[in-house]
Design a protein. Structure first.
Ligand code: PLP
Length: 461
C-alpha cells in the first residue's frame, strides 16, 4: 500500500470514544481497551498491513485481557514440587481455611484475649514451634531471607564478626548472597577453611585470632547445589561446642517426623518406598544447641511464604527486639496459614496426607500411574504415557530425581508449550528431549479435568 493508501486507512480508524461506547465495560476500562485496539491497528497500517474494517472483536479481546487478574491460578505440570516461579508450596486445606477466616474479619493478631492488653503476633506460633522443634522460643518473619538477615543482625554489633566457612558463602538465588547479607547485618565477615574443606581447627583459629570479638558462627546449608568428592565440613554438634552462638540456616524447613530422615537415611514414603531426604532436620539443629535455626516456610515445610527462627530464649529475644524485626514482620494471612500448617505436624499421618508438598513427595507410584493414564485418555491420541523424572525444586534436594510416569504430547514443543501457557487456565509444562511432558505428581485429582480441557484446546489451535 502506498503512502496515500496509508493515510486513507489511518483516517478511517474509528475515534476512541466511538469504539469504547460499543464495549460493555466501565468507562475507564472500555476507553483503555479501545485505545489499545486503535493503537495496534495504527501500527499495523504503518508497517504495511491491510486495514481491518471492524476493530470491535479485537477491542473485546483486549478488554477481556484487561479484566483478567494479573496474578492467577496456573496448573503446574512441570513435576517440580517447589517451583519458586509458580509460588512454591500450595497450602493444606486447613491452612486455606485459616486464611479465609482471618481475611474475612478482625482477629486477635496482637491482642491478648485474657488480659485485654496488647499481645504479640509471634505468640500464635511460638509455642507450637517450641513444641514441634524442642526449641525454647521462636519468632517468624516475612521469609527465609529475612530470617537469615535478622539472625545475623541480632548477633552483629560494633566491630563484631560472624564466622562462615568458605564453602558456605553461597548465593541462594534472586541475588541473596551470604557475604552481602552479613555486610547488611552490620557484622564483619570472617571466612574460614576452603571451598571444599573446612575443619574444626579452622574455626578454633578464627575464634582465637579475631579482634573485636565474634558475634556468632553461621552455618549455611548448600540448598541448591552440592559439593561432592574431596569435601569436609564440621557437623552442627561440633560447631555448637565452640562456645560461640551458632546460627544455622537450614533453608528447606524439613520437619516431617513420619519420614524420619535423620542423617540422610532413607525416609519411608507411600507404598513402602523410600526417598532419601538428604536435608538438615530442624529438630536436629535445635537439639545440637544452635542459638538460632533459620528456615523458609514455603519449602519442604509446605506452608506459606515465611521465615522461621527457632532456638534459645536469649537469642530469640535479641532477634525480636532488633528494629529489623518490625521491618520484616509477617502479615496476618501468612501467619494464619503458618499456624494451621504447623498444627498438622502434631499428627504424623495427617502431615503426609494433608500438606500438599509432602503428599506429592510421597505419592504412591500407582496413584501417579493412574493419574497419568486418566490425563492421556482424556486428551486422546496426541498423548502417551512415558517414564520421566521430576524434581523437588525450591533449592531443596537438588540431586534427587523423582522417577514416575509423565504424559508426552505430540507436536512442536515450543509452540505447544506456549499455547498451553496462553490458555484460559494456563498449564505450565516441561519440555524434555523435544517433547512436551505433563507430570502428574504436581497436579491434583481435581485439576485433571482442567488439564485435559486446556490441552485439548491448545492442540486444536
Ligand atoms: C531458600 C533459602 C533461603 C531463603 O529463603 P526464602 O524463604 O526463599 O526467602 C535462605 N537460606 C537457604 C539456605 C535457603 O535454602
Amino acid at each position: 500500500m502506498g503512502a496515500r493508501g496509508d493515510a486513507a486507512a489511518l483516517r478511517s480508524l474509528p475515534a476512541v470514544h466511538e469504539l469504547a461506547a460499543a464495549l460493555d465495560a466501565p468507562h475507564r476500562l472500555a476507553v483503555a481497551a479501545a485505545r489499545r485496539a486503535i493503537d495496534e491497528q495504527r501500527e499495523a497500517v504503518r508497517s504495511g498491513a491491510p486495514a481491518n474494517g471492524d476493530l470491535l472483536p479485537r477491542a473485546r479481546e483486549l478488554l477481556a485481557e484487561l479484566e483478567r487478574p494479573g496474578l492467577r491460578q496456573v496448573l503446574n505440570a512441570t513435576g517440580v514440587i517447589l517451583h519458586t516461579n509458580l509460588g512454591r508450596a500450595p497450602l493444606a486445606p486447613s491452612a486455606r481455611e485459616a486464611v479465609a477466616r482471618v481475611a474475612h474479619g478482625y482477629s486477635n493478631l496482637e491482642l491478648d484475649l485474657e488480659t485485654g492488653q496488647r499481645g504479640s503476633r509471634h505468640a500464635h506460633v511460638a509455642q507450637l514451634l517450641a513444641e514441634l522443634t524442642g526449641a525454647e522460643d521462636a519468632i517468624v518473619v516475612n521469609n527465609g531471607a529475612g530470617a537469615v538477615l535478622l539472625a545475623a543482625a541480632a548477633f552483629a554489633g560494633p566491630g563484631r564478626a560472624i564466622v562462615v566457612a568458605r564453602g558456605q558463602l553461597v548465593e541462594i538465588g534472586g541475588g541473596f548472597r551470604i557475604p552481602e547479607v552479613i555486610a547488611q547485618s552490620g557484622a564483619r565477615l570472617i571466612e574460614v577453611g576452603t571451598t571444599n574443606r573446612t575443619r574444626l581447627a579452622d574455626y578454633q583459629r578464627a575464634l582465637r585470632d579475631a579482634d573485636g570479638g565474634v558475634g556468632a558462627i553461621m552455618r549455611v546449608h548448600q540448598s541448591n547445589f552440592r559439593t561432592v568428592g574431596f569435601v569436609e565440613d564440621v557437623p552442627i554438634e561440633e560447631l555448637c561446642e565452640l562456645g560461640v552462638p551458632v546460627i544455622d540456616d537450614i533453608g528447606s524447613g524439613w520437619l516431617a517426623s513420619q519420614p524420619a530422615p535423620i542423617g540422610g537415611e532413607p525416609a519411608p514414603i507411600g507404598g513402602g518406598e523410600t526417598i532419601p531426604v538428604d536435608e538438615p532436620l530442624l529438630t536436629a539443629s535445635v537439639a545440637a544447641g544452635a542459638a538460632l535455626v533459620c528456615c523458609s516456610g514455603d519449602k519442604l515445610l509446605g506452608g506459606p511464604q515465611a521465615g522461621l527462627l527457632v532456638g534459645q530464649r536469649d537469642a530469640v529475644a535479641a532477634a525480636r527486639q532488633h528494629p529489623l524485626a518490625r521491618a520484616l514482620r509477617i502479615d496476618k494471612l501468612s501467619l494464619a496459614a503458618l499456624e494451621a500448617t504447623l498444627r498438622l505436624y502434631r499428627d504424623p499421618e495427617r502431615v503426609l496426607r494433608e500438606i500438599p508438598v509432602l503428599a506429592m513427595l510421597a505419592a504412591h507410584p500407582d496413584t501417579l500411574a493412574a493419574r497419568a493414564e486418566r490425563i492421556a485418555a482424556g486428551i486422546g491420541e496426541a498423548a502417551s504415557v512415558v517414564a520421566a523424572s521430576g524434581r523437588v525444586g525450591g533449592g531443596a534436594l537438588p540431586l534427587l530425581e523423582l522417577g514416575g510416569p509423565a504424559v508426552a504430547l505430540a507436536g512442536e514443543p515450543e509452540a505447544l508449550a506456549g499455547a498451553l501457557r496462553a490458555g484460559q487456565v494456563p498449564v505450565i509444562a516441561r519440555i524434555h528431549e523435544e517433547r512436551v511432558l505433563l507430570d502428574p505428581r504436581t497436579l491434583t485429582e481435581e485439576e485433571v479435568p482442567l488439564v485435559i480441557e486446556a490441552v485439548r484446546g491448545a492442540l486444536a489451535e
